[in-house]
Design a binder for this molecule. Sequence first.
Ligand code: ANZ
Ligand code: ZN
Length: 835
Amino acid sequence: MKYDFTAIEKKWQTKWKDEKTFACQNGDTSKPKFYGLVEFPYPSGAGLHVGHPRPYTAMDVIARKKRMDGYNVLFPIGYDAFGLPTENFAIKNHIHPAVITKQNIENFTRQLHMLGYSFDWDRCVDTTDPSYYKWTQWIFLQLYKHGLAYKTTMPVNWCTSCKCVLANEEVVEGVCERCGAPVVRKEKSQWMLKITAYAQKLIDGLDTVDFIDRVKTQQRNWIGRSTGAEVTFKATTGDDIVVFTTRPDTLFGATYMVISPEHRFVKEWKDKLQNWDEVAAYVEEAGRKSDFERTELAADKEKTGVELKGVRAVNPVNGREIPIFISDYVLASYGTGAIMAVPAHDTRDWAFAKKFGCEIIEVVSGGEDVQKEAFTAKDDTGIMVNSDFLDGMTVKDAIPAITKWLEEKGIGHEQVNYKLRDWVFSRQRYWGEPIPMIWCDKCGWQPLGEDQLPLLLPEVASYEPTDNGESPIAKMTDWVNTTCPCCGGPAKRETDTMPQWAGSSWYFLRYMDPHNDKALASKKALDYWGQVDWYNGGMEHTTLHLLYSRFWNNFLHDIGVIPHAEPYAKRTSHGMILGKNPHYVGNVETEEEKQALIDKYGSQAMRPSVKMSKSLGNVVNPDDVIRDYGADTMRLYIMFIGDFEKTATWSDESVRGCKKFLDRVWNLNEKLKDGEGYSAGNESAIHKAIKKVSSDIEAMKFNTAIAALMALVNDFYTKGAAKGDYKALLLMLSPFAPHLCEELWEMNGFGGQVCLQPWPEYDESKTVAATARMAVQVGGKVKANIVVDAGASDEEVVAAALAEPKIAKLAEGMQLVKSIVVKGKLVSLIFKPQA
Ligand code: ANZ
Ligand code: ZN
């Protein structure tokens, strides 16, 4: 019989769907629970990308294995469907974004079904469904009521193309993460979420979870805790200038100060400044740049700045008067927006001092001449000098000593700062959750009553964002004008919507109880499922989604809504799938051809693989692969493609290789011998394979698990396989190639569905092959002994006997005429001289 994957896959997918094979029950205490999570997709118009199946198949393999291990498995899926691409498509084509979303979700659902994923489809969520975003809005109201949502006017990142405010996390190297257009600074009134109040909790929580190191490190760096001191300098105006420094030990080397161009003193000192015009011009110029342009991009560039002429500061440790500058390398948004500059020991200060002729005084010795470069070592290599009572101390000892001194004098104290900024939570766009707040001229901002939720998005005539930066909803006066929940007077609704990160910040909770209309999920469901046991997702979400959702979860825990502070017990991440680079120099033969590619494509020509893109024509569509080779081949290949956490390059040849392997598994079915248990020849190989495949799946080493199964199939072909051997193979292969295995399981009459069988167990003692010692007789006399696999076939035994050195010598010039094997005991050979 032919392996008709199309028919087989359709048959089993229909059965799983109709019978709800993978629907799980809340509160089943007869089994341990396992909650496996993948990042739900944004249903774009382009359909499933080949990047999706890698993490999805991986978690599907794990979920299927956990079910066979006897767990009650929650493995859900849904759609993160608010967002700009849909809105932009709506604007262009004049179709309601909800209509487009519905179509896209249907297409994604079809594709996900086609891959045979064991999702519990009854729990599917859609963030744009009012019964879902009701609870997103509810969480916002809780944040507001607990002082963690506030509206403020601030300079924000403004995408010139999306006409929309972006969070810091959405600005990548100065351009919009989504569309690549330049991002400029703009003053806007914005809703903010106080994630900074959770900075320390978000760091501490990392100690309680099993996240891969890369993720922990990136989160810690992003939150950016630094310990130092705040020190007060007196200005000659009488004002106190407070600075944040991580090196209070270098205070004696502070030879000037810098305040950020936005610092309030700049305006307050206007009348005292002799060079106001110059100062004002610099302030304006700096205001146009983003923090990224002012710091990272400018790191190697010449420092700029203006001295504030007419005002000076006094260094509190030695009473010396020092100049004050404004420079854009000092950010308004970090620390106190002011620094003491120590050019001898800070690289940026050193570069600035060289340009502006400021004094450089060494206070830590141990490096090169500080007039030639800054000495920045913070460890024990440096010894304090020119620093009065600190002289002779190491930096490590000097920091607490000076901090104590500052505290005693009342001019400073220890201070912890975080790089993390509050989360800009409003977008001036249509396709997002309305923010349930009302503005009353008398009462100020008022939260909408919880009984009024969901606050539905109004129908609008056009989704175009307005040039003045207001949401298209602002034009819907019927919707905007309302009454104040506090005084009943006329009031207006907030017209900004939430960012896309809102719906995904809590979706894993909704899966536990997706149809609940009384709460985001019942206490019973939340208690039963607890934490997500295993969450796999992209590294690109580490500082956005992963941090945001940990913040919301910690908050919901603090207000008693959910039982765990940390949402995810375990987080892993996969590498990207790349396409072959059509412009790679390795694709061509001659030097001229190679040079032509380099001339045209530059360094890009040197890369064998690149991100898939339409323009390069190297995009792989999962639909095509499934049509040509089947979903099982697609799944198997994507798990076999390489180390899961590393990037991998798509290869059609390897896809065909995987299909061949499944063909071999299929064809083996017709060669099976009878026999229920494992046959002697295969027993140890099967135990070994069970051990390896089990631990490899757990460690996400899918490629080596598959390699082990391939080796087992080879064994079965050489040694022959009994039904019992085949059964074990199907059990182990089923998480990877579920449709094929179900079909073969059924054909053999093994009973039930393979996905519902217990995972096979292995016996450690049987993973090492049993051996047998056998005598070798030649012409009736024992001439040698050999050791062979207990399960070795007669042919293998004879071959081993002939290879034995003594026997080989006897056999020289002879021809074997007869051999008799007495299993496990002896092999008898009869030779005659060669003709
Ligand atoms: C004096 C000093 C001496 C510093 C020295 C460093 C080395 P992190 O680790 O990032 O927290 N700083 C403080 N506020 C700043 C702002 N708003 N914009 C730009 N720079 C700012 O770095 C803290 C250090 O960065 C602080 O310590 C301060 O420079 C600078 F040998 O103070 B330091
Ligand atoms: Zn009012």
